[in-house]
Design a protein around this ligand. Structure first.
Ligand code: NAD
Ligand code: AHE
Ligand code: ZN
Length: 369
């Protein structure tokens, strides 16, 4: 079949919208019509070429939602008409990682997914006979996309698909980082570095857990009003201080934070976030994505004296068994997704969504097909 898709031909080039070829779902695969997709910083980072693991040409996009159109042989858990969220972290109940009960990092298709291919080692996308790669196993910047069955989460039909895309990455990542990874407790003090959609969702997660202080840190003060409306008790701009920001935070909190989160992707800030933690017990959760090959460092003394560094992918959320419940939490009104969505636009304007995110003028742009 044909599908309209935004092709990333190479690093730092604007996406080109073309009608491309899409092979139907093979055994164990699902064809999904993407209704909306939103733009995450990770898509922009891959397009920048700064992550050596980024492969081209590809169809980017991993934060979306849609409707199952067709299923391949052997697919039993979803059927045409079901509403789904594509999962860049799949959930295969037969994967030993999933069976461990200790992680959401399903490895069943990790190798092919990382190579931009479907589990059988081929791509479903092509243009004029030339192979186009998948991205993060999802490729939601195409109106139609093919995914393995283990990479779709069936969600309530009550969830409006005009905005459910943000439940594909930012919201579960931030809320999940707080609840599943850091396990922030009521009364705790929290700081979040980076007030994009992911950092905003950390704030929302911290509010849900009853944190007593939530400090937002960003070099763009235009992010502060939204952060405060979501529940940040204070916001600080590192540019306003001559001292390093971790020292400022330690002074503000009389010794450091119980929990910090890095939601920027800057290895220097990952260090600041660790060192802003309270001696003896403070825990830093790394969410931001830095390029493959980049490294973090600190004095081992920081760890010896009780600070903890950990990381999280998709907020530790099990996509098929837990994400539908998070969608229900949203529908019940436990939290709202509207604050994340600053722009709506048609697929044809997808490059504008990149410009807005790059300039720090959007939180999430939702792209409609
Ligand atoms: P975003 O671009 O919307 O927001 C990033 C924010 O960081 C911006 O507000 C920017 O002003 C701020 N920032 C930049 N430099 C800063 C500095 N030196 N100090 C303080 N703030 C600074 O990004 P997003 O979509 O919210 O994603 C945030 C990060 O999380 C990215 O690295 C993204 O790739 C990553 N991410 C990881 C996961 C995961 O599963 N681990 C999931 C989603 C996103
Ligand atoms: N290529 C990068 C890693 C990229 C990365 O960390 N991706 C996150 C999701 S970001 C979503 O916006 C992730 O889930 N990682 C788990 C995995 O298995 O890739 C690098 O540094 O190597
Ligand atoms: Zn993302």
């Amino acid at each position: 079949m044909k599908t309209r898709a935004a092709i990333a031909w190479g690093p730092n080039q604007p996406l080109e919208i073309e009608e491309i070829d899409l092979e139907g779902p093979k055994d164990g695969e699902v064809l999904v019509r993407i209704v909306t997709t939103s733009l995450c910083h990770t898509d922009m980072f891959t397009l920048s070429g700064e992550d050596p693991e980024g492969l081209f040409p590809c169809i980017l996009g991993h934060e979306g939602c849609g409707i199952v159109e067709e299923v391949g042989k052997g697919v039993t858990s979803v059927k045409p008409g079901d509403h789904v969220i594509p999962l860049y972290v799949p959930e295969d109940p037969n994967c030993p990682y999933i069976q461990s009960g200790k992680t959401n990092l399903c490895q069943t298709i990790r190798a092919t997914q990382g190579a931009g291919l479907m589990p059988d080692g081929t791509s479903r996308f092509s243009y004029k006979g030339k192979q186009i790669l998948h991205y993060m196993g999802t490729s939601t910047f195409s109106e139609y996309t093919v995914l393995p069955e283990i990479s779709v989460a069936k969600i309530s039909k009550d969830a409006p698909l005009s905005k459910a895309s943000v439940m594909g990455c930012a919201v579960p990542t931030g809320i999940g980082a707080v609840r599943n990874t850091a396990k922030v407790e009521a009364g705790a003090t929290v700081a979040v570095f980076g007030l994009g959609a992911v950092g905003m969702a950390v704030i929302q997660g911290a509010v849900l857990r009853g944190a007593s202080r939530i400090i937002g840190v960003d070099v763009n003060p235009n992010k502060f009003p939204l952060a405060k409306s979501l529940g940040a008790t204070e916001c600080v701009n590192p540019k306003d201080f001559s001292q390093p920001i971790h020292e400022v935070l330690i002074e503000m909190t009389n010794g450091g934070l119980d929990y910090t989160f890095e939601a920027v992707g800057n290895v220097g800030l990952m260090r600041s976030a660790l060192e802003a933690c309270h001696k003896g017990w403070g825990e830093c959760t790394v969410i931001g994505v830095a390029g493959a090959g980049q490294e973090i460092s600190t004095r081992p003394f920081q760890l010896v004296t009780g600070r903890v560094w950990r990381g999280t992918a998709f907020g530790g959320v099990l996509g098929r068994s837990q994400l539908p419940g998070m969608v229900d939490e949203w529908l019940r009104g436990d939290f709202d997704v509207d604050p994340y969505i600053t722009h709506h636009m048609h697929h044809d304007q997808i490059n504008t969504a990149f410009d807005l995110l790059q300039r720090g003028e959007s939180i999430r742009s939702v792209i409609h097909f």
